[in-house]
Write a protein that binds this ligand. Structure first.
Ligand SMILES: Cc1cc2nc3c(=O)[nH]c(=O)nc-3n(C[C@H](O)[C@H](O)[C@H](O)COP(=O)(O)OP(=O)(O)OC[C@H]3O[C@@H](n4cnc5c(N)ncnc54)[C@H](O)[C@@H]3O)c2cc1C
Ligand code: SF4
Ligand code: SF4
Length: 1014
């Protein structure tokens, strides 16, 4: 394998403009998609232009190497993985080429939602609406004939395609649409073609050889159309008989209706071919005017049967969409999003979302009324909990299915709703009859299945709840599929409605279509005689495909003895077992939510910057899972590319918030980094920066000198050369007296002993307030005392150790954690709250210490710890916070740190600042600042940190505000990096407004400048 990879790179590196990757990290990242499967590719290619794709297709044909087209890899059936070269179109070939009145020309990698953002400006959109439109690429939608809730009104991807530019096996590029056949003689082998819509785009040099790659595009087109026409004419009857005229059907190749008199709609036929006939490099799509005059409603039912009965009555009213959600989906939606809380009744067993469209608003409202009247007349027991007619309100209702489908994977326990029979469709009028039959199949196999249905188009998404299968133990999956698909066929339905066949269903196409399968084989032969385009999808002779390539979800067993081999990581660095770490990694189902750049959430800063799959949280989970299950961590860690992957995470934890499965990517990466550190040691800079507290004490003693030196560019250049601390980073000034050495801490009254009738709070100070901002410590203590608290500041506490933890220096971090646990455990046992002004410290004590030190003490401390904002906001919510704030007439620019978000207590500081009269708070929503503790201080990361934080840095330079405000010291550094206004901790504003520290008003005037902060 390695030799083949080496040769591949050698052969192709100078022939394509894009990149070609064969390293362990890349192939592991691309070995899965959103399906249950895993196949390691030979290589991953990122073409920059169509020419690259032509070269790859010619090379593939000459060297017998399979090609697998890939968009976002969000396909559920396993269509975007394979053993050859995976071609990722999403990285570079993602442009909108042109927009005209009613059409758009796109490259395949463009994300559906990005396309629609652009089209919206023209009052139009690309109408097929898969629920994951923020993730899926147009190429992927064309690959599987994607569709969504509104398929009954707007159709699927194939209904919106004019032409597709397609690179065939061999490298010929053809533009294919509705091809006109002129002078046809059906009895003759030679069909002459009028290529009025057939533009010959590329001409490969002709040679005498019979190799596919030597054929010209003209010859290839002529042959292709001749053979296609012949196949379609000869099998016309068979196609009509065996390919059901369903609204939704992406099983096999679409042949029905493709040949019409003297035309073949090749473009339409290519849609849904899952990359098995050719590689789409551009497409011209029809756009549709934005929907107007829509009205939607959500209905709740006490039983699934009631909802099915209602659905059956509603379908003849011709709704433009009618989706059915079962109890599990509804309760997931209710729990996940406050906006759905009121519209989903807690005891609902099923729900329907129905939409009507019409010529005007009156008509659509009338249609909704008619529907309700009908249901009432038939005595259906339902409750309409929300009706919507404005664009935003209707979209909100449709956001519900999108949200809950991804959340299905978050169901806790060993069993998950598995997607392998998740795409059947039957004629809509037979849906009510089919559902109990399907339920009986599941009962027979003793499983329950979740149900989500696009009822109006007969599409049913079942997911049986079963233990996650691993290679070799999943025959029950095949049995369920076989039984269910038999019933589907009896009902005149299809086994793949909109997700395609992939590895899940290809083995069943033969049974679905009988003799028609032979025709599919002929079609494949015409386009791809060497069977190199996405092999084993749609066309395959492997009867066990459904279970052959299931993902590895456990450490590998010895192939000969069947005994579990030595675990990959003999000594886990965090406090978890190999199995626990593997389970954490296996929770990633590959949905791709974490790779979207069109997200309302704050997402992984590394993905946000360039959208690369290899730095996505999904790729990270994949690489770690792969190495855990194949016992190959050492091999993996030895590679440079893996180090790059490890470097693309700084433990900000945003992925965990966004991920529907809440995969613990940060700890998986910390584990991998710790293994790396164990094997290779820490870099000098990481070692020094994570131990800054040890020499900061000395720097403080001579702060007058230190602070001058920090602002001296020559000294800073020396510092950069020796210690790797960026010479360009504005650094904080050192304080002369550390907070933990101040009278406030050293005096006798600072005691944790009970004895006062005031409630007691323990203050955990951490590095920044202690060495650079003791005023913050003082302000916090005064705010608490003002509110009737006694504050105990354990004098023996040290820094939290988050810098060491994030750098993978777990031995160092553990020593600090143990010291802090010793200091904090007694007051924690007394039940005192431990409060941190640094959100990162709160996160470290609550989430990282239990992973460093597995004992009860770490757990008790985690339970008692909170951040200052949450503590005070909670007091406020309970009416216990004093409100004697004086006005602060100024404007402040507020940034919420990632670690505050990770604490999952909302934005408490914003709530508190809102209490200060005349304070105008402008919130900055520019994502992660890119500082991430010591990350942005290191010279090696400085540029990356600035790039990630660019939006925020710009905002701080231009915002019309007197100061910046944030509770994270690290974010504060980035906010002051290029700003002319200072940034301060919000607690100081509270103290100032309470009138507790008037001198703080001076801080508002100090300015960052040169190489030091304000
Ligand atoms: C949570 C979730 C919800 C979903 N909801 C829906 C839904 O509502 N409706 C729906 O239809 N699907 C849905 N899907 C399935 C999936 O997202 C769609 O099938 C999607 O269209 C795939 O797009 P992609 O860019 O991820 O393609 P990929 O998964 O990368 O590829 C899909 C197929 O298309 C082929 N392909 C990709 N690019 C090209 C190209 N340039 N040329 C030729 N072939 C190509 C691939 O080889 C593969 O066979 C959902 C998936 C998830 C995880
Ligand atoms: S990490 Fe989460 S969001 Fe990303 S692909 Fe995996 S499950 Fe989906
Ligand atoms: S912790 Fe942050 S940097 Fe790391 S993968 Fe998650 S979002 Fe990306």
């Amino acid at each position: 394998m390695e030799e083949r990879r080496r040769r591949l790179v050698e052969d192709l590196k100078d022939s394509i403009e894009g990149e070609l990757r064969v390293d362990r990290a890349a192939v592991a990242a691309y070995s899965t998609d959103a399906s249950l499967y895993e196949i390691e590719p030979l290589a991953v290619a990122f073409p920059r232009r169509t020419r690259d794709v032509e070269v790859l297709a010619a090379y593939s044909a000459d060297n017998n190497i399979p090609l697998i087209a890939r968009g976002a890899g969000s396909g559920i059936a396993g269509g975007a993985i394979g053993s050859g070269i995976v071609i990722d179109f999403s990285r570079h070939m993602n442009q909108i080429v042109s927009i005209s009145e009613d059409r758009v020309r796109v490259q395949p990698g463009v994300v559906r939602e990005r396309l629609n953002e652009q089209l919206r400006e023209h009052g139009r959109y690309f109408a097929p609406d898969p629920s994951n439109g923020r993730i899926t690429t147009v190429g992927g939608m064309l690959g599987v004939d994607g569709a969504g809730s509104h398929a009954v009104r707007v159709g699927s991807a194939r209904d919106h395609v004019e032409t597709i530019e397609c690179v065939l096996s061999g490298g010929q590029r053809l533009e294919l649409g509705r091809e006109l056949l002129a002078g046809r003689d059906t009895n003759s082998d030679a069909v002459s073609l009028n290529r009025d819509s057939a533009v010959i785009l590329s001409e490969s040099p002709q040679s005498d050889s019979l190799r596919l790659s030597t054929m010209t595009a003209t010859t290839r087109r002529t042959l292709l159309l001749q053979q296609l026409e012949q196949i379609l004419r000869e099998n016309d009857q068979l196609i009509r008989e065996l390919q059901p005229p369903l609204l939704r059907n992406s099983c096999g190749y679409r042949l029905r209706g493709i040949l019409q008199d003297n035309k073949i709609d090749v473009g339409r036929m290519l849609v849904g071919s899952e990359g098995t006939l050719g590689l789409f490099t551009e497409a011209t799509l029809f756009t549709t005017p934005l929907p107007r005059n829509r009205s939607a409603a959500i209905l709740m039912f006490g039983s699934l049967e009631g909802a099915i009965q209602a659905m059956q009555l509603i379908l003849p009213l011709e709704p433009s969409a009618c989706d059915l959600l079962d109890r599990r989906l509804l309760s997931l939606g209710r729990g996940a999003d406050r906006r759905f809380h009121d519209i989903i009744l807690p005891d609902a067993e099923a729900g329907l979302i129905i939409e009507f469209s019409g010529l005007n608003e009156r008509e659509v409202l009338q249609r909704l009324d008619d529907m309700q009247r009908l249901l009432n007349d038939r005595r259906i027991d339902f409750q309409l909990t929300r009706q919507a007619s404005s664009y935003d309100d209707v979209e909100l209702l449709w956001a519900l299915p999108g949200k809950v489908v991804s959340l299905l994977a978050s169901l806790k326990g060993n069993s998950r709703p598995l997607p392998f029979v998740e795409d059947v469709a039957v004629p809509p009028e037979r849906l009510a009859e089919f559902l109990p039959v399907a339920q009986r199949v599941f009962q027979r196999h003793e499983v329950t299945a979740t149900l989500y249905a696009h009822a109006a188009s007969g599409q049913l998404h079942f997911r049986p709840i079963m233990p996650i299968p691993s290679r070799g133990d999943a025959t029950v999956m095949e049995a369920i599929a076989r039984d269910l698909y038999r019933k589907v066929r009896d009902f005149g339905g299809t086994i793949s409605g909109e997700h395609g066949d992939g590895l899940s269903r290809t083995a069943f196409i033969r049974t679905q279509y009988g003799a028609l399968y032979r025709v599919f084989q002929q079609i494949k032969e015409v386009f791809d005689p060497q069977k190199l385009m996405n092999p084993d999808k749609t066309i395959s002779n492997d009867p066990s495909l459904t279970v052959r390539y299931l993902r590895r979800t456990r450490p590998m067993a010895d192939e000969v003895t069947g005994v579990q081999s030595t675990p990959l990581l003999p000594v886990m660095q965090l406090a978890w077992t190999v199995e626990e770490a593997t389970d954490a990694a296996v929770r990633c189902n590959g949905c791709g939510t974490c790779r979207t750049q069109v997200s309302p959430q704050r997402m992984c800063p590394f993905v946000e910057e360039n959208g690369d799959e290899e730095v996505s949280p999904r790729a990270k989970a994949n690489v770690v899972r792969n190495s855990l299950c194949t016992n190959s961590v050492q091999e993996l860690l030895a590679q440079d590319d893996t180090s790059r992957l490890l470097a693309s995470c700084f433990n900000c934890k945003q992925c965990q918030l966004d991920c529907p499965s809440e995969v613990n990517i940060p700890h998986l990466l910390i584990e991998a980094r710790a293994q790396h550190v164990q094997a290779h040691g820490l870099s000098n800079t990481a070692w020094l920066l994570s131990r800054v507290h040890t020499y900061a004490k000395m720097a403080s003693r001579v702060s007058f000198v230190t602070n001058r030196l920090l602002n001296n560019s020559i000294f800073r250049r020396i510092l950069q050369r020796i210690l790797g601390i960026s010479a360009k980073r504005r650094l904080p000034r050192f304080t002369r007296t550390l907070f933990l050495e101040s009278q406030r801490v050293l005096r006798n009254q600072n005691s944790g002993a009970p004895g006062s009738n005031k409630p007691t709070v323990v203050y955990f100070v951490d590095y920044f307030a202690n060495h650079h901002d003791p005023e913050l410590g003082e302000a916090f203590v005064r705010v608490l005392e003002h509110n009737g608290y006694r504050v105990f500041i354990p004098p023996g506490q040290t820094v939290s150790g988050m810098a060491m933890f994030s750098n993978g220096d777990l031995a160092g971090a553990r020593t600090l954690a143990e010291q802090n646990i010793r200091e904090l455990i007694e007051p924690a046992r007394e039940g005192y709250a431990i409060v941190c002004t640094e959100p990162t410290a709160a996160l470290c004590l609550t989430q990282e210490y239990p992973m460093l030190v597995r004992n009860d003490d770490a757990g008790i401390i985690a339970q008692q710890t909170t951040d200052a904002g949450s503590f005070l906001a909670d007091l406020h919510r309970r009416g216990l916070l004093k409100r004697d704030f004086s006005p602060l007439p100024m404007r402040v620019a507020f940034h919420t740190p990632c670690h505050v978000k990770a604490l999952r207590n909302g934005t408490p500081m914003l709530e508190l600042l809102a209490l200060i009269p005349e304070l105008k708070v402008l919130t900055i929503e520019k994502g992660c600042t890119g500082m991430a503790g010591t990350f942005g201080i290191a010279a090696a990361n400085f540029q990356k940190s600035i790039e990630i934080g660019a939006g925020l840095i710009r905002e701080m330079q231009t915002v019309d505000a007197n100061i910046g405000v944030t509770d994270c010291s690290s974010c504060r550094m980035q906010m002051e990096q290029a700003a002319t206004i200072p940034t301060i901790h919000p607690i100081k504003l509270l103290a100032l407004s309470y009138g507790l520290m008037p001198r703080l008003s001076e801080r508002l005037k100090s300015r960052p400048g040169g190489l030091v902060m304000s």
